[in-house]
Structure formats: structure tokens, C-alpha cells
Ligand binder design. Structure first.
Ligand code: 5AD
Ligand code: SF4
Length: 462
């Protein structure tokens, strides 16, 4: 392990000023995909800054452009390719010494292909090799030759690196607690791109959360591909969440992503006991039919999942739930699709992320099954589940009208400077008049209206 990386120190100084590049190579970082990638980019920013590189938010100012990529679905990769082509055109026409790098899951999946066949990039770095980035960049600078490190690790957790909060709002931060995934769901490329599961040392996680709180942050989201299987010696995930929750009652705790097969009763008890552990869980079901879940190798049946939801609602009344759903998986019949709609109607998620199945090379599904649901059928089924979910989300949001909710103020709303937005502990976005509020405060907001995606309200002075 390299030694001179920053330890978890005053994170105030770790937020990125807009111009810090004078006289140095400046790096522009763009991030696609999941929250884990956002968190990884903060680690990359830290590694680079410590090694003497400058960071910029302006791609036109950059000597190096790094794209942190996602490989989860074909269309995610296509977006990245279009972006790479855009930067490559700029390099050709205007800036021949511009260096372009691909980080993350696509780098891991495509490796040398990105350099050789497609000649799109100069640097290819997988998710476990970010400590090596400075060396790789200098190698390219010196020799003009491309460089690659896509080695996966069984140990790397970047535990000692203080992330540079590159795009942060200063209120809400991601804290990576584990890396990789051992689940091997049939459809998923993640175990191939991010390697074996490993947990970060609990002490460093608690310290990072404490430092964030000291620096003014009021919400942490503990991140991993499968947080429920977190383990550091005697510390399991429920214990870790409990420990973080003791830091301050003013610090909200969220986490993502849970796997239903190991969401423990102890964790649900922590939600109930600790008011700052948000009353919200993202619990991806993926499908409503047990045969499809079997083919997906998810490790639970539809009934087992329903029982888990019942347990969660019994232990934590009013808990808000979101999910991920894949439609059009290999062999999915119309009746199986109907089972997804029925499960959604029964459970009534507050929110859902819904996707058409996209075959990923080398996965179990790609090797063993035919991707046989026609595209138009996938699209139609996706539209049906989106329509159903929108009506459920609207109904759920309407139920909020009239209640006063505690909202953590995040900052100006997207539409107007005079309005602020923030979330309830059930993860619902609320927009309200700014008044004398500041980001980071907790406000009591009476909900007065809604759409399926947003609540509107008035701040109540108590
Ligand atoms: N096709 C479509 N969706 C996928 N997901 C993962 N792999 C695929 C795939 N091959 C979805 C799952 C997962 C979310 C992050 O992305 O629903 O929970
Ligand atoms: Fe992919 Fe399944 Fe691991 Fe999630 S739990 S990252 S869906 S293999």
C-alpha cells in the first residue's frame, strides 16, 4: 500500500475549490452510473490531488479527462461511448496533447479493447487500481504511450483515503463501506467488473462519518453493492449502522443497496430504535415471480420477499420502500410479467427504478439463457410497470398532504432560487419557500400538494 495518501482529516479542506490548477496538470472527472461511482470519483480526486494534480470542473481547462463509467446496461455503455467520441474529436481537432482516460466498470469489462480496437482512450483503470492513477498518468505524459491497470483486488477498500467531495452539496455525503459483490445474480455484470466482496474497516467508517458531521454534513449514505453482508470481525451491518447513528442525533443515516436475502431483523430493529436511521429502505425485488427469481439466482421467492416486507412494516410502521425491477428477463412469460404487476400493486412501493433487461456478456444469463423477449414486448411491459408505479407513487404522495414532516434542507431547488428543497426521512423530496432557512438545517414543513415525484409544502414555525 502507498503511504503518503491523506488520512481522514478535516474534510472542509477536502471540498473542491473551483480553481486550483495553476501550473499543474489539471484533471476533469465525469461520473456515470451508480452512487458507488460517485463515491469512487471522490477517492480518485483525493488520490490525484495528493499526487500533485489539479482538479477542474471545466473540461475546456483540462489536460486530462477521466470518465468514470458504468457497464450495468448496454445503453449506459453507449452513453459513455458517445461522450468519449466527443472528447476524442476535440483532442483531434483542437488539443492533441489532451489525455483521455476511462475508469470504472467499463474499463474493467473492456480492458485493452478500449485502447486497441477502438482507439478511444489513452488510459484504462479498473475500480481497484485508483491508487496507481498518478503513475499511469505520468507514464502517458512522459512516453505518449497508453497505460492500463485493471487488476482486481481482494483487499482494496481505500479505507485510509479521505474522499475529496468533488460535486458535493456539503450536506449529504456517500461513505463507501464495502466493495465488490459475491452474489452472482444471473443478469448482473457487477461481480465481474468490481470483483470479490470485501468490507472496509469499521473504525475508519465511523471516523469518516464523524469528520463529515464536524464539517457540517448532516446525512451520510453508507454504500456497497450488498451492504447487508458487511462484516468486519464482530461488526455486522446492523451494528455498524447502530454505531454510526450514535455519533449525533443530528446526523441522518441512509444506506444502499440492500439485498433482500440477508436483510436482518436486527437491522430493522436499529431502524426502529434510532430516530436518525431513516425510515426508508431500498430493497430491490427485481421480479414478482418466483420462477423468474430462481432463473435470476436471487436467492429468495416472491413469498419470502413479501414476508420480509411485512416484517419491515410490522417492526417499522410507516417505513418507506423503494425497489429495482427488471422487465423482459430471459423467458419471461406474460403471466410472469403479470406477477410483477401484482407484487407492485400489493406492496405499493413509494418509488421504483425500472429497467428493461439488457444482456451483459459473460454473465450467467448470457451464457445459459436466450435473451428471447422481443424488444417491443420488453418496452410495452416496461411502460406498464412504469404507469402502475407512477399511479402508486402519486397515491402515496397524496397521503402525505396535511402532515408536518421534518425535512433536511439541501439547498436551492432546481427550478427556483427562491425555493429550497430537502428530503423527509422517508426519502421524499419536498420543495418549499426559502425564507430564512439555510442548507443543513432541519425544517418542519407542512405538506400542501404533490406530484408523483415531489412534495410541496410550507415551512411551519413552531
Ligand atoms: N439489465 C437490466 N437491468 C439490470 N440491473 C442490473 N443488471 C441489469 C441488466 N443486465 C439493474 C438491477 C439492479 C440495478 C442496479 O440495475 O435492477 O438492482
Ligand atoms: Fe449485481 Fe446482484 Fe451483486 Fe446487486 S447483488 S451488484 S444485482 S450481482
Amino acid at each position: 500500500m502507498q503511504e503518503n495518501l491523506p488520512i481522514l482529516e478535516d474534510l472542509d479542506t477536502a471540498r473542491l475549490p473551483h480553481s486550483e490548477c495553476e501550473g499543474r496538470s489539471s484533471v476533469y472527472l465525469e461520473t456515470y452510473g451508480c452512487q458507488m461511482n460517485v463515491s469512487d470519483s471522490e477517492i480518485v480526486a483525493s488520490v490525484l490531488r495528493t499526487a500533485g494534480f489539479g482538479l477542474t470542473h471545466d473540461p475546456l481547462q483540462a489536460d486530462v479527462i477521466l470518465i468514470n463509467t458504468c457497464a450495468i446496461r448496454e445503453n449506459a455503455e453507449q452513453r459513455v461511448r458517445r461522450r468519449l467520441e466527443f472528447f476524442r474529436a476535440r483532442k483531434r481537432k483542437h488539443q492533441p496533447d489532451l489525455r483521455i482516460g476511462v475508469l470504472g466498470c467499463m474499463a474493467e469489462r473492456l480492458r485493452h479493447k478500449l485502447l486497441e480496437q477502438e482507439r478511444l482512450v489513452d488510459i484504462v483503470v479498473g475500480p481497484d487500481a485508483y491508487r496507481d492513477l498518478p503513475r499511469l498518468l505520468r507514464h502517458v505524459e512522459k512516453t505518449g504511450q497508453s497505460s492500463v491497470n485493471v487488476e482486481l483486488s481482494r483487499e482494496e477498500t481505500y479505507a485510509d483515503i479521505a474522499p475529496v467531495r468533488y460535486d458535493s452539496n456539503g450536506i449529504s455525503a456517500f461513505v463507501s463501506i464495502m466493495r465488490g459483490c459475491d452474489n452472482m445474480c444471473a443478469f448482473c455484470v457487477v461481480p465481474f467488473t468490481r470483483g470479490r466482496e470485501r468490507s472496509r474497516n469499521a473504525g475508519t467508517i465511523v471516523r469518516e462519518c464523524q469528520d463529515l458531521f464536524n464539517a457540517g454534513y448532516r446525512e451520510v449514505t453508507l454504500l456497497g453493492q450488498n451492504v447487508n453482508s458487511y462484516r468486519d470481525g464482530p461488526v455486522d451491518f446492523a451494528t455498524l449502522v447502530y454505531r454510526v447513528s450514535l455519533l449525533s442525533s443530528e446526523l441522518r443515516i441512509r444506506y444502499s443497496t440492500s439485498h433482500p436475502k440477508d436483510c436482518s431483523e436486527a437491522l430493522l430493529e436499529v431502524h426502529r430504535e434510532r430516530s436518525n436511521v431513516c425510515n426508508f429502505i431500498h430493497l430491490p425485488v427485481q421480479h414478482g415471480n418466483s420462477d423468474v427469481l430462481g432463473r435470476m439466482r436471487r436467492g429468495y421467492s416472491s413469498d419470502e420477499y413479501r414476508a420480509l416486507i411485512e416484517r419491515a412494516r410490522r417492526i417499522c410502521p410507516g417505513i418507506s420502500l423503494s425497489t429495482d425491477i427488471i422487465t423482459g428477463f430471459c423467458g419471461e412469460t406474460e403471466a410472469e410479467h403479470q406477477d410483477t404487476l401484482s407484487l407492485m400493486a400489493d406492496i405499493e412501493y413509494d418509488h421504483a427504478f425500472m429497467f428493461m433487461y439488457s444482456e451483459r456478456p459473460d454473465t450467467y444469463a448470457a451464457r445459459k439463457y436466450d435473451d428471447d423477449v422481443p424488444e417491443h414486448t420488453k418496452k410495452r411491459r416496461l411502460n406498464e410497470i412504469i404507469k402502475l408505479q407512477n399511479s402508486i407513487s402519486l397515491k402515496k404522495n397524496k397521503e402525505e398532504v396535511g402532515f408536518v414532516r421534518t425535512v433536511l434542507v439541501e439547498g436551492p431547488s432546481r427550478r427556483s432560487e427562491t425555493q429550497f428543497c430537502g428530503r423527509t426521512d422517508t426519502n421524499k423530496m419536498v420543495v418549499f419557500d426559502r425564507g430564512s432557512l439555510q442548507a443543513g438545517m432541519y425544517a418542519q414543513v407542512r405538506i400542501t400538494g404533490c406530484t408523483s415525484a415531489t412534495l410541496f409544502g410550507d415551512v411551519v414555525t413552531l
